[in-house]
Design a protein around this ligand. Structure first.
Ligand SMILES: [Zn+2]
Length: 354
């Protein structure tokens, strides 16, 4: 071995030991061909806690003139639910990014927080003049913190907490959206009464994670997308959703590491993607990233190696959406890809669950 090679291999292995490579180099196929089914090494210490997320938001709010932080309500356990908003002109088109209706789907929140930091840099200043951006990170903070009224003993993650899909009352928040607001769980009630009903929202991306073994054309997906599929959604609302999907699809597929499928989701109005479109005429897009942060079924939970890619996938998604809305290019987005986008299927032993 010559000296140069040796130095290179040493520095590469020390980088790997530090886990630094995922943040730097993204080889082709890295998301899809990262760790396979859950490897049991999910470490919650790499994730924000609710408290550290709130600190982060307050720090950014202090630094960013354009940002405003609002509390839209409280969780069952009394945690404030935060909305970060950038509203430069009420007449601008408005997009809402929603994360962690399901508490065990946290990398989307990590990406959303990073995106909020990006919005404070000069790079995105002109964007903010032409689009209003709203971000609700961690709607289900009780589930994310494992502070719930049922046992999580059989969950897999290592660290100081478990994360669960459900809220503290063991209710799936993404099945609450067809109810009268008075009958909703408090987290969803806050979302409807203090966000959907209060602001003129044109677009929403509802960010989730699915299991690790979904594929199209024999290749594991890095994520899958879906527009609303309820028959009561107005044609123009659906068209806006498909355009939003086109923008995101093009941004992810051209990264070299992303592979996007069509999600196989239900048509019920109780699902946020459908309910927000039917009730408020919001053009919605579901994005289901690969791999959950914690679960009791091993193949649902993703280990550490792909975290960097999935966080980056979230940032790419949010960034591409706001840019296309701000410059108006979303209006001419070609939606024909939806007709040929393959619907994902799961490798044996797993079901999808939006
Ligand atoms: Zn979910």
């Amino acid at each position: 071995m010559n000296l140069k090679k040796k130095v290179l291999s040493v520095s590469l292995s020390s980088l790997l030991a530090l886990g630094a490579v995922s943040a730097v180099a993204i080889p082709v196929g890295a998301v899809g061909e990262g760790p396979g089914a859950g490897n049991g090494s999910i470490q919650t210490s790499i994730l924000h806690t609710y408290e550290s997320m709130v600190d982060y938001l307050k720090t950014q709010d202090g630094k960013q003139e354009a940002m405003e932080l609002e509390v839209i309500g409280q969780t069952v356990k009394g945690r404030d639910i935060y909305l970060a908003k950038y509203i430069s002109n009420p007449n601008n088109p408005t997009i809402l990014f929603l994360t962690q209706q399901h508490g065990n789907e946290q990398l989307t929140t990590e990406g959303a927080l990073e995106f909020i930091k990006h919005l404070g840099t000069n790079k995105t200043k002109s964007v903010l003049d032409n689009v209003n951006i709203m971000v609700i990170p961690m709607l289900n903070a009780d589930g994310a913190m494992g502070d719930v009224n049922f046992s999580l003993d059989n969950y897999l993650a290592d660290g100081d907490r478990h994360l669960t899909r459900y809220n503290a009352n063991e209710v799936d928040l993404n099945r609450e959206h067809a109810k009268a607001t008075s009958d909703m769980e408090v987290e969803v009630k806050a979302l409807h009464e203090n966000v959907f009903e209060k602001y003129e929202i044109d677009y929403m991306i509802d960010l989730h994670h699915q299991g690790t073994t979904s594929q199209t054309e024999g290749e594991l997906v890095s994520g899958s997308i879906l527009h609303p599929t309820n028959s009561q959604v107005k044609p123009e609302v659906l068209e806006g959703s498909k355009k939003l999907g086109a923008v995101v699809y093009n941004a992810i597929e051209t990264t070299g590491w992303g592979h996007i499928g069509k999600y196989n989701g239900g048509s019920g109005e109780n699902i946020g993607r459908n309910g927000a479109a039917v009730r408020y005429d919001i053009s919605t897009l579901l994005f289901e990233m690969r791999g959950m942060s914690d679960h009791y079924i091993e193949s649902y939970a993703l280990g550490q190696k792909s975290n960097g890619y999935l966080i980056r996938q979230t940032i790419t998604t949010l960034d591409s959406a706001v840019r296309a809305i701000a410059d108006g290019s979303i209006e001419s987005a070609d939606t024909s890809f939806w007709d040929t986008l393959p619907t994902q299927a799961s490798r044996p032993g797993e079901e999808s669950d939006e």
